[in-house]
Design a protein around this ligand. Structure first.
Ligand code: GDP
Length: 443
């Protein structure tokens, strides 16, 4: 997401880079490009207009700090305004109500409500909450089954419902169970239609009045572009929303929805859905997204993710090895590859690194997750000695390793080459530290 937006903005800033100072003239030019970039990213027109006015006002009124070039000053203004526009600080769920705290999920059909219900249940279970989920979608029998499957996948308790009941009856029964069995949170999935319609709004309003939810989350598909603003407005008018879950951010949406939805509803985006898998949920951080939009990369998210997932013991062992000046052997490489898989695959990681938005998608796709799995299989087919001292791997060993891992000799060669490159990078890292490597990546 946001790739074209960040690319466009970076092009603008490159043009500004050569300029000695900010003049009305070059601001006008830069603003026009930011405007075009936002429109191309499918941000609603009103939202763009407003945003440009604010940036313009600030840029013209502000002294360029001596420490910055005019281009940097401009970027920093755009960044700050983007953060404001996206809601300022990150806001989590407010579940302080007397338990069970109810989370009501609202949104159109296909927006990702059921999937997000599962993701949220998983997220709350991780925080040691007792979670019950229920579906009030009595129009599509498959919807109830779908939630059941999702709940099982994340080990959340599921309250069975039936298309023969009314949504109100289901809500009533589920709430009674949640109270009686002392659940912390009850997540209520609701029916969506393909477009906003009166009956759907009345029904969910009724559920809202009855359930008095602590959180009413509006789920919206980020790929809906311009329509996102309209749909958000309709839901925002009908319901007292408390937050937004923006889904399918991993798709090729151009990112305008985040800005539009926030502006139109006035409610914070609380979570991003970043994939079909049930762990693909991220807490939304406006400042990180603003940086991502500007192409500075989402290093903070990446680090947080890494801290969560990386096997500390192994990481420490590796760090120790580095300190002692020891090499990076194929065992270490395999650990690293396995950790990449853990962190949602290479693609997910790459997207968060600075400057990566400038790498064409084709190139990124070449380094795909299949490749990682294959590399791990190849290393697994080696003897311990081969992993420690890859230099011993000559033609006949390569043949054996390829056969053992169901690959071809060229695959083995490629892996060995990648490992060598990695080794070189690690050496550079040891000399210059992480910052140096990052700088190298930004190019
Ligand atoms: P609902 O009708 O609102 O309940 O929507 P669903 O939860 O059934 O989701 C509709 C489709 O979108 C399903 O195929 C989901 O797998 C997919 N989906 C939901 N959230 C995401 C997401 O964050 N990323 C991607 N790529 N797909 C998603």
């Amino acid at each position: 997401m946001f790739e074209s937006l960040s690319e466009n903005l970076q092009a603008t800033f490159k043009e500004l880079r050569g300029q000695g100072r900010l003049t009305e003239d070059n601001i006008k030019d830069a603003l026009r490009q930011v405007r075009r970039a936002l429109l191309e990213a499918d941000v609603a027109l009103d939202v763009v207009r407003d945003f440009i006015d604010r940036v313009k006002e600030r840029a013209l009124g502000e002294q360029v700090r001596t420490s910055l070039t005019p281009g940097q000053e401009f970027i920093s203004i755009v960044r700050e305004e983007l953060i404001t526009e996206l809601g300022g600080a990150s806001q989590g769920l407010e579940l302080r109500a007397q338990p069970p705290a109810v989370i009501l999920m609202a949104g159109l059909q296909g927006s990702g409500k059921t999937t997000s219900t599962g993701k949220l249940a998983r997220y709350l279970l991780e925080q040691k909450k007792r979670v019950l989920v229920v579906s009030c979608d009595v129009y599509r029998p498959a919807a109830i089954d779908q939630l059941k499957t999702v709940a099982e996948a994340v080990s959340a308790d599921f309250h069975p419902s039936s298309p023969l009941q009314s949504p109100a009856q289901i809500a009533d029964a589920a709430l009674a169970v949640a109270r009686k069995e002392l659940y912390d949170v009850l997540i209520v999935d609701t029916a969506g239609r393909q477009t906003v319609d009166e009956k759907m709004m009345q029904e969910i309003k009724g559920l809202h009045d009855f359930l008095k939810p602590a959180e009413t989350l509006f789920v919206i598909d980020s790929m809906t572009g311009q329509d996102a603003a309209k749909t958000a407005a309709a839901f925002g008018d009908a319901l007292a929303l408390t937050g937004v879950v923006l889904t399918k951010v991993d798709g090729d949406a151009r990112g305008g929805a985040a800005l539009s939805v926030r502006k139109v509803t006035g409610k914070p985006i609380k979570f991003l859905g970043v994939g079909e898998k049930l762990e693909a949920l991220e807490v939304f951080h406006p400042e990180r997204l603003a940086s991502r939009i500007l192409g500075m990369g989402d290093v903070l998210s990446l680090i947080e993710e890494a801290e969560k997932k990386i096997d500390r013991q192994k990481a420490e062992k590796l760090a120790q090895k580095f300190k002692k000046g020891k090499g990076f052997d194929l065992e270490d490489y395999r650990d690293q590859l396995a950790q990449m898989v853990n962190m949602g695959g290479l693609g997910a990681m790459l997207d968060k690194l600075p400057g990566m938005s400038q790498i064409p998608a084709q190139v990124k796709n070449q380094i795909n997750d299949k490749e990682i799995t294959r590399a791990i299989a190849i290393i697994n087919s080696m003897t311990l000695q081969e992993r420690r001292f890859p230099d011993v791997i000559k033609a006949s060993r390569k043949k054996r390793i390829a056969a053992g891992s169901g690959t071809q000799v060229p695959d083995v060669n490629r892996l060995l080459k990648q490992h060598m490159q990695m080794q070189k990078m690690m050496k550079r890292m040891r000399k210059g530290g992480m910052a140096n490597m990052m700088r190298g990546m930004q190019g």
